[in-house]
Design a protein around this ligand. Structure first.
Ligand code: HEC
Ligand code: HEC
Length: 388
């Protein structure tokens, strides 16, 4: 019986993800005077202004909060209170009470209890969500627009354009509105408010547009088909909802980003965006199997490079000697210049090694390096014996 709750969560999660991004890009610049971000709190797809460390909805109307009668104020609710609150209203009509109301009646209730937050005719503003923006069928088409310019050609996401099921609207108002004085509306009042909000969204029921005198009741309510009814996947409604979700997400082609060439920004990927080589991995029988690319279960550390006695004379020469012995003109015999070295080696190699190790004339001891005597000697051999 919790599907509708899941629905709300997934709607707002998706909205939060994409809104989070746009909020980062546009609005989270700290105000240089107060150091308070102008818009920082993102909740349920709505950006709220922050003032004095509080988000708009909780700040702007302190009087409403003060007058609230139906908050349990920290005490445990009685069973009756709990049951009255714990309602599920499902797309198939489960939990939806009998009752009725006209859009006209809804308009009066709306003016008294909702306008201060949701604006005239549900237009929103002041950080509160808009409930309508105009003809929901037309605006539904904007959902495929990119969010780059939310004010102009971005997707319009309000109840009428975005929500797949109208039952959520009834449920939301009955359970959660008017914020924070919740649970104060009768069933008829909720029908009237729903009719009013449908009217603002220019929704048709069985081909009939909801107008001032339209009487909305349970039967007619259940005939409403929202424009975005099929806009979500997988289909989470009905008794097979959970299975649909499991099946959907067991196919990696259904999520993530695909064959999408990052350099080719013109072709943005909106679905099936992941490499189809991804595999679902199960941890069973004590290990991870079927992983692509395969995972190694070898636990050895990589083999140490075999010690070849492996001193690299050429490398040591390059690091410690080449600056003086690499070219003519430094007063030092040049590497591979047999004639130049012959002058030195004439004294015998032991003398050459000894002078090099201890330093002589412009030759610093060991050339200033910290090589061992043995390694120093092999660098000397390298310098004498290699031709250029
Ligand atoms: C004190 C301010 C306040 C009042 C009064 C109020 N609301 Fe709300 N309403 C909110 C806030 C804040 C949200 C968004 C909550 C969230 O997203 O977490 C909201 C959300 C909603 C939503 C969901 C909109 C969406 O797209 O997510 C509906 C529908 C709604 N309110 C209807 C009503 C109705 C009908 C009334 C009058 C009976 C009413 N509200 C009175 C503050 C208010
Ligand atoms: C700062 C410059 C400098 C560096 C660095 C340097 N040398 Fe020399 N080296 C000299 C000069 C100048 C001579 C010639 C000295 C002379 O003619 O008496 C010399 C001479 C030598 C000699 C001959 C010594 C003799 O008198 O028989 C050896 C052997 C030698 N260098 C090895 C090395 C090695 C090996 C390195 C690097 C590890 C190195 N040098 C780094 C400047 C340098």
């Amino acid at each position: 019986m919790k599907f509708n709750k899941n629905l709300i969560i997934s709607l707002s999660t998706a909205a939060t993800l994409s809104l989070g991004l746009s909020a980062c890009m546009e609005n989270v610049m700290p105000d240089s005077n107060t150091n308070t971000p102008k818009v920082a709190s993102i909740d349920g797809g709505v950006s709220y202004p922050v003032k004095d460390g509080m988000t708009g909805p909780y700040h702007v109307n302190p009087q409403v909060a003060k007058d609230a009668k139906h908050i349990f104020n920290g005490r445990v609710p009685t069973k009756k209170e709990y049951d009255a609150w714990n309602t599920d209203i499902m797309p198939d009509g489960t939990g939806l009470p009998e009752g009725q109301g006209t859009a006209d009646e809804g308009s009066d209730i709306y003016d008294a209890k909702c306008t201060m937050c949701h604006g005239d005719f549900g237009s929103g503003g002041g950080g509160y969500p808009a409930l309508a923006k105009g003809n929901a069928y037309d605006l539904h088409k904007t959902l495929t627009n990119q969010r780059i310019k939310p004010d102009t050609d971005g997707p319009v996401r309000v109840f009428g354009t975005y929500w797949p099921q109208v039952s959520t609207l009834y449920w939301y108002i009955k359970d959660a509105m008017p914020h924070p004085d919740t649970g104060t509306l009768t069933d008829d009042q909720v029908y009237a408010l729903v009719a009013f909000i449908l009217e603002q969204n220019e929704i048709k029921i069985n081909g009939v547009e909801v107008d001032d005198d339209y009487v909305l009741n349970r039967k007619r309510f259940l005939e409403i088909k929202m424009p975005n009814r099929d806009g979500f996947e997988p289909n989470i409604d009905g008794p097979h909802g959970r299975d649909n979700v499991r099946k959907y997400f067991s196919n990696p082609a259904n999520f993530g980003a695909q064959k999408y060439n990052l350099k080719d920004v013109k072709s943005r990927c909106m679905h099936n965006c992941q490499e189809t080589t991804a595999k679902v991995v199960y941890i069973k029988n004590g290990g991870i199997h079927d992983f692509h690319p395969p995972m190694s279960d070898v636990r050895n550390l990589p083999a140490k490079k075999a010690s070849t006695g492996g001193f690299d004379a050429k490398k040591a020469y390059t690091e410690s000697c080449a600056m003086c012995h690499g070219a003519d003109g430094m007063g030092a015999p040049v590497v591979g210049d047999k004639a130049a070295w012959a002058v030195y080696t004439a004294k015998g190699m032991n003398k050459v090694y000894h002078n090099g190790i201890n330093g002589i004339n412009g030759m610093p001891p060991k050339g200033g390096s910290d090589l061992s005597d043995a390694n120093f000697k092999s660098v000397v051999d390298y310098m004498i014996n290699n031709s250029k």
